[in-house]
Design a protein around this ligand. Structure first.
Ligand code: BES
Ligand code: ZN
Ligand code: ZN
Length: 520
């Protein structure tokens, strides 16, 4: 998608489709809708006036109203897109609204469109406090770009309906406003491209995206954006004594991959800034199971095909690293991806086996389907040995997180209040939803083993996501750490007006904001 930013009067924009946002100004719960256009353009207001007054369009989020040949405008069509109640207006509504415009255009064969930057004629200052120009511009571009891909990538008769060009059109405002809009616009493009990169990786089938291929794709991405990158396999994993990662990997013909991405801020941060210098070094660790059969504790066939998405945590961290390279925060960041295929085989690890993790801890395997925590155990410990002072990991770790939180919120666990506070502050910008669950030491009994230091699953199924978090906690020690369980949210089977079904790319935006919190 060729995305441009224009400062000009809306009436003069020549485009097959001009989209403009509308909100509902009604206040009370049962109050009658008062749909109002978010534009200061009299021409646009005039063109839509009759339809807006007819009362059919209520400006609910994702609702659309199409006008052909709007009078007084050079645009061929005017699309009014509802954002919902004005009272609750947030960047996330703008993101979804922009996405709705793009996904409205695609099936109708409209390949070029313009979206009007929302203007505030009708809104009070109170509402606008929540909507600074920069975050509005960023959310708008993100929403539009995220709405473009469809994931029918392997259909031979696939029709490419992607948007060719998008113009974001803002009124010719004063210089400082223009600067804010430009900044948000440029950040939005970076973030959306990164998230779409993540989604394209998660969408790949397991026979295409093996750990080796994942390593190759990450290497190519790192070369493109200027990140350091090393991809290791079996020999190095054995040399590092990563017994937990190897236990999972050993049952597959496909060799595992240990991928390290490095970002150094400009201005000579270098090694001197690492351990001991007091400067944070952030470690982004991702679960990269390219296919999870469950291993010897094999999963049932129903829905197993979805387990190609079991590298979505890795995908999120890879996408975040891509955006970090382009947004250049002033903090060192190291990405560690532990990738393997979890297969049953004559060489596969078994329930009852005891393996030794890189940290030296011994683990009794109760269930080979609890493999994510094993690969992350070594990934988290390894990140610490590389000098990381703060850790964050993302993983499609437990089915139980979907049972607990549904498909809307992902799970958030942590041992550090400051890290959580930074993460939660970022959610206001990212618009992603994470709900914190406990992982206090009183849950530790769950993973006590009779034969080894710990076991890889709990005594009962209750609180399964917490048990998994407790297992990870064993490997982070005192290091501030956040664990994101995205198993319920990394894939959406439901088509949204603003987003195609399939991989969501959850985590990229929030991890990015968290990193920015240490060196924005
Ligand atoms: N990759 C799965 C988690 C998962 C399950 C994601 C269902 C999406 C839907 C993970 O490796 C797994 O299998 N976890 C087990 C843990 C159990 C054996 C303690 C689970 O959640 O059932
Ligand atoms: Zn599993
Ligand atoms: Zn898994």
């Amino acid at each position: 998608m060729n995305t441009r930013l224009l400062f000009q009067d809306l009436a003069g924009v020549q485009t097959p489709m001009l989209a403009v946002f509308a909100v509902d100004l009604a206040m009370g719960e049962d109050a009658k809708a008062i749909p109002t256009l978010l534009t200061a353009s009299d021409a646009v207001t005039g063109a839509a006036e009759r339809q807006m007054r007819a009362g059919e369009f209520k400006a609910t989020l994702g609702e659309t109203l199409l006008l052909h040949g709007p009078g007084g405008l050079r645009a061929e069509r005017l699309l009014v897109v509802g954002l919902g109640r004005a009272k609750k207006l947030s960047p996330d509504q703008i993101r979804k609204g922009a996405g709705t415009a793009v996904r409205f255009a695609k099936p109708r064969g409209v390949r070029d469109l313009a979206i009007a930057f929302p203007e505030d004629k009708a809104l009070s200052d109170e509402l606008l406090d929540e909507l600074p120009c920069e975050s509005t511009a960023r959310a708008l571009v993100e929403g539009a770009e995220l709405a473009d891909p469809d994931y029918d990538t392997y259909k031979r008769d696939r029709e490419d309906r992607s948007i060719v060009s998008l113009a974001v059109v803002a009124a010719d405002a004063e210089r400082s406003v223009q600067e804010s809009i430009r900044k948000g616009f440029s950040d939005g493009r970076i973030v959306a491209a990164a998230q779409n990169f993540t989604r394209s990786l998660v969408n790949e089938p397991g026979n295409v995206l093996t750990p080796t291929v994942l390593g190759e794709r990450v290497q190519a991405m790192c070369a493109e954006v200027g990140l350091g990158c090393e991809v290791h396999s079996t020999d190095k994993i054995k040399e590092l004594k990563m017994g937990a990662l190897w236990a999972v990997a050993q049952g597959s013909e496909e060799p595992p991959a240990l991928i390290v991405m490095r970002y150094e801020p400009e201005g000579g941060a270098g090694e001197g800034r690492a351990a001991g210098s007091g400067m944070p070094v952030l470690g982004l660790v991702g679960k990269g199971i390219t296919f999870d059969t469950g291993g010897i504790s094999i999963k049932s066939a129903d829905g197993m095909e979805k387990m190609k998405f079991d590298m979505a945590g890795a995908g999120a961290m890879i996408g975040a690293m891509r955006a970090i390279a382009q947004m250049k925060p002033k903090v060192r960041v190291i990405g560690v991806i532990c990738s393997a295929e979890n297969m049953p085989d004559g060489k596969a690890f078994k329930p009852g086996d005891v393996v030794t993790a890189m940290s030296g801890k011994t683990i009794e395997i109760i269930n080979t389907d609890a493999e994510g925590r094993l690969v992350l155990a070594d990934g988290l410990h390894y990140a610490k040995t590389l000098g990381c002072t703060h850790l964050i990991n993302a993983a499609t770790l437990t089915g139980a997180i979907g049972v607990a939180l549904g498909r809307l919120n992902a799970g958030l666990f942590s041992n550090d209040e400051e890290a959580v506070e930074k993460f939660q502050r970022g959610l206001k910008v990212s618009g992603e939803k994470f709900w914190r669950l406990p992982c206090t030491d009183d849950y530790a009994d769950q993973i006590k083993s009779a034969i080894a230091d710990i076991q890889n699953t709990g005594l009962t199924r209750y609180g399964g996501s917490i048990t998994a978090a407790m297992f990870l906690k064993e490997f982070v020690g005192e290091t501030p750490w956040i664990h994101l369980d995205i198993a319920g949210t990394a894939w959406d089977d439901e088509q949204k007006p603003w987003l195609a079904k399939g991989p969501t790319g959850i985590g990229v935006r929030s991890v990015l904001e968290w990193v920015g919190g240490y060196g924005g």
